[in-house]
Design a protein around this ligand. Structure first.
Ligand code: ADP
Length: 487
């Protein structure tokens, strides 16, 4: 059997790593080697930035209609490859084919079609000037080369969103997927956009071996040709990159971790609350930045809610993500599995009660519901990327809000209540970039301003917010006559 080999996409060419090295792209469920991928280096990243810089002048002047055509074609190509892409998402990232795989595949063509419209979105301004004869304008111009770094967890969505708006707005891009998803979270876009007719060098994709992201990130931060960076990933890495980018006065969009609360108020519909909680906590094994990790339930309904949620959680099927009916597939790698197991064990040793799950099954970890988690345990303090939700019983909405805000993070939150007005008033008090009333925290639409506050990052992906992130507003004046100067 010949092993598939993935090459990098630089300047329109499919190319191996500068040092010739490769690494193994693994299936997290079976452990099988799916492909060998180029173990790119800082030199490869530098070449990619050069290619992107060279392509920028022409691409930034390309008429919006042509950019739009390319994005609409890319969406059609992705649709045509839907079954293959769902299969690849399942095999490369372990997401359930009939769950998060199909969800991503349903989402991304729409994201590309909305990006097609973004080509026409950067509206400028005519500004009132106090100088007679002066025409003053605010012009929106593309910024140049954008560095884009993505994680593996929602590989298709997060890679698409990191490149689509920057490209549609006339920038060129150097993309760096995670080592866990070099193809479906990166190189796939090289294939799709090349077929759609994107000119050479406008999009470049550099891959690297596990643990070798640093030098590529460094090149993107330090190379003066890169004018913006968007990063989706952990708070730890995002903080490191933001510190370095600060030294170079380089603006970033940072979408980082979350320890997202779901408030279950006393007037919530119980069946709906149970379904919403399980979905929010366990979709994609809880490996979503928006996953509901802390369930804050009002004491008046806590017993009934917890009984039903524990039963539902215990019944979620664990196993092969390619099989219909599986809800809980594998965690992304052995380190992630060990980490989740250790944190659960530590919490239990410290007094936490297991209401459901709590054990590993092969490369998977059962959907797990814990109560009485010690506040000083790692599980209570740090985002844990796995199918583990903690429950806390609260007395009334004020206490729920106080507990919800008692975290360093601030990405997404949900408030389950039968009273929309009550929900809206509480939404205002939550320290989060995203709040859903009468829904759980996991959700996205391409046109929404997506991002967090506090340690969850800054900047917004999505819709008009992306126009601000990936264009420069330039003040230009035209003086129609002459005017006197004081000397
Ligand atoms: P996760 O735990 O979700 O994988 P990471 O922050 O480790 O989060 O990874 C998100 C992205 O950041 C991946 O593409 C990863 O390769 C990349 N990354 C990790 N370390 C660095 C670094 N030092 N510089 C640049 N990118 C990095």
């Amino acid at each position: 059997m010949t092993t598939t080999e993935y090459r990098q996409f630089i300047g329109g060419d499919w190319t191996g790593a500068s040092g010739g090295a490769t690494f193994e792209d693994l299936d997290p469920y079976s452990g099988e080697v799916l492909a060998k991928a180029a173990a790119g280096t800082r030199e490869d990243a530098r070449r990619a930035v050069e290619a992107a810089s060279a392509a920028f002048p022409a691409w930034s002047q390309t008429p919006p209609a042509e950019r739009q055509r390319i994005f609409l074609a890319a969406a059609d190509i992705l649709d045509r490859r839907a079954d293959e892409v769902v299969g690849l998402l399942t095999r490369e990232t372990g997401c359930c084919a009939y769950g998060f795989g199909m969800f991503q595949m349903g989402f991304v063509p729409g994201l590309l079609r909305q990006a097609a419209a973004l080509a026409y979105s950067p509206l400028g301004q005519i500004l009132p000037s106090d100088l007679p004869g002066t025409m003053a304008m605010g012009l929106r111009r593309p910024v140049g080369v954008v560095g884009a770094i993505f994680p593996w967890n929602a590989a298709l969505i997060l890679s698409a969103r990191g490149i689509a708006a920057p490209l549609a707005l006339g920038n060129t891009v150097v993309a760096k997927p995670s080592e866990e998803s070099p193809f479906v979270g990166g190189l796939l876009w090289g294939e799709i956009f090349a077929e759609a007719g994107l000119p050479d060098g406008v999009l470049n994709v550099v891959t690297h071996a596990p643990g070798e992201a640093g030098p590529i990130g460094q090149e993107l931060v330090e190379n003066p040709a890169v004018r913006r960076i968007n990063f989706t990933g952990s708070t730890t890495t995002g903080r490191k990159l933001a510190e370095a980018a600060g030294r170079h006065l380089k603006r970033m969009v940072l979408e980082l971790g979350g320890d997202n609360p779901l408030l279950v108020l006393d007037d919530a519909d119980l069946d709906y609350a149970v379904d919403a909680s399980a979905f929010g906590a366990y979709l994609h094994q809880g490996q979503i930045c928006m996953s509901a990790r802390r369930l804050l339930v009002d004491r008046r309904i806590a017993d009934a809610y917890l009984d039903r949620l524990a039963a539902k959680t215990a019944g979620l099927k664990v196993g092969d993500p390619a099989e219909a009916g599986t809800v809980i597939g594998p965690l992304i790698n052995q380190a992630a599995l060990d980490n989740v197991e250790r944190r659960v064990r530590d919490a239990v040793a410290g007094g936490a009660k297991v209401l459901a799950g709590g054990e590993r099954v092969g490369r998977c970890f059962q959907a797990t519901l814990l109560a009485d988690v010690p506040p000083d345990s790692e599980l209570a303090r740090v985002e844990t990327f796995g199918p583990v939700a903690t429950v806390e019983v609260v007395d009334g909405p004020e206490q729920a809000v106080a507990r919800a805000n008692d975290t360093a993070y601030g990405l997404a939150a949900g408030i389950l209540t039968g009273d929309p007005d009550r929900g809206l008033a509480l939404a205002d008090q939550l320290q989060a970039g995203i709040v859903h009333v009468n829904d759980q925290p996991v959700g996205d639409e391409p046109q929404m301003p997506f991002g967090g506050v506090k340690d969850s990052g800054w900047g917004r992906f999505g819709g008009q917010a992306a126009v601000d992130e990936f264009t420069e507003l330039k003040w230009v004046t035209v003086q129609s006559g002459t005017h006197p100067f004081p000397f």
